[in-house]
Design a protein around this ligand. Structure first.
Ligand code: NI
Length: 394
């Protein structure tokens, strides 16, 4: 296959990609409400000659590009939803929707994936296999991937690719890891049930506020005392609700939080310890605990052979880039469901530029990227999809 200079081609389309990103940024939509975004995506994919299906997983869009040569089917996924955050950036393309903002970069993901579709469509003569562009709704905890899977989006797919702009690292950094790269996420809820009464007479109550406070403290020992220091895990209590007045000891307190892990054995150990700790501490203080743990997403695990294809494509295009083959974050992603049975690679493209003040983290009201990340992500994704289809790893 003649080498295509995707770096130069993506740079030539910089204004196209940037304008799309800014348009999506100006008009953010929450999960399963991405009607305007989906309409633009579907219209452009049709213009590029793809076979388009709308309404996959509610507001999701799928565009299929068939190459001129035989080969496997590569899924390229971009998420579409914004977040319930009031934007604080003073930019001409700031969100026009009060309280809603593209604060994670999914606007950039849509713009880059559309540009990849445009580029690969123009190179259909050289393209092997099929590229299935998947524009997913509701990544931010609402289950968009599961809905698209239920609608059959993974049928016939051989490999899966996805990327995230990454403001924890500067432009020029690429995280393309082997194995686990994003954590498994659980949600836990602990109800501590006691006996309420007058706050002046605590001796005739069983105080769930004190017991739940002790549970929060004791949970800090789960990772520090029961997880191998060479493994990674997080237990965070993020919400604590109890009581209605200053002089009433309430009958119950409710804690909610999250567990993050990479390995299944670590996850089951942490779940067991959280449960046991909550029961034991509550009981020791005269209360009773009810523990509910919901496994939300498994870890995002890259297939080393696919990650290698992406790293080679990236290094050929950007020899000056820093590639981290061990990049990991405790953040979670429902792309893990699409990659659970399908070998794939989820990679990160450094998008921060501290010198320009573009380094607020994801989900921050001043989150913004250096838009020079757009052609990079585009070129790497286009080259990786094409290479994967032409030379699929055994
Ligand atoms: Ni995100």
């Amino acid at each position: 296959m003649a080498e295509i200079d995707f770096r130069a081609e993506a740079e030539a389309l910089f204004a196209f990609t940037r304008d799309l990103r800014r348009d999506f940024h100006r008009h953010p939509e929450l999960g399963f409400q991405e009607h305007r975004s989906a309409g633009i995506v579907a219209k452009l994919l049709r213009e590029f000659g793809l076979q388009v299906t709308e309404g996959v997983g509610e507001t999701g869009v799928v565009g299929v590009l068939t190459g001129a040569h035989p080969g496997p089917t590569i899924l390229v996924r971009a998420d579409m939803d914004a977040l319930p955050i009031q934007e604080e950036n003073d930019v001409p393309y700031a969100s026009e929707v009060p309280g809603v903002m593209h604060a994670c970069g999914h606007d950039a993901h849509m713009a880059m994936a559309l540009t990849v579709a445009r580029l690969l469509s123009a190179h259909r003569d050289a393209l092997h296999g099929t590229v299935k562009f998947v524009f997913q709704p509701a990544e931010e905890g609402l289950g968009g991937a599961a809905k698209m899977i239920a609608d059959g989006v993974l049928e016939g797919v051989d490999y899966a690719l996805a990327m995230h702009v990454w403001n924890e690292q500067p432009l020029g950094w690429l995280g393309i890891a082997d194995g686990p790269t994003m954590a498994a996420a659980d949600m836990f809820r602990i109800r501590v049930l006691g006996k309420g009464g007058h706050a002046a007479h605590p001796n005739v109550t069983e105080d769930p506020v004190l017991a739940a406070s002790s549970v929060v403290t004791a949970l800090q020992s789960v990772v520090s005392r029961h997880v191998d220091p060479l493994d990674a895990a997080v237990v965070s209590v993020a919400s604590f609700h109890a009581g209605t007045a200053f002089n009433i000891i309430p009958p119950e307190a409710v804690l909610e939080g999250t567990i993050r892990t990479f390995e299944a054995e670590v996850a089951s150990e942490v779940r067991m310890r959280v449960t046991r700790t909550a029961h034991g501490v509550a009981q020791g203080l005269g209360c009773r605990a009810e523990v509910e743990i919901v496994e939300m997403n498994p870890a995002v695990v890259n297939a080393p052979a696919v990650a290698q294809v992406v790293r080679e494509a990236a290094a050929a295009l950007y020899p000056e880039a820093t590639i981290d083959p061990a990049a990991r974050t405790m953040g979670a992603e429902d792309m893990s469901l699409m990659m659970y049975d399908i070998p794939g690679c989820y990679f990160f493209v450094g998008s921060a530029n501290p010198a320009k003040g573009l380094d607020a983290g994801h989900h921050h009201p001043r989150f913004n990227i250096d838009e020079n990340v757009l052609p990079r992500g585009t070129a790497i994704m286009a080259a990786a999809a094409m290479a994967l289809a032409a030379n699929p790893p055994a």
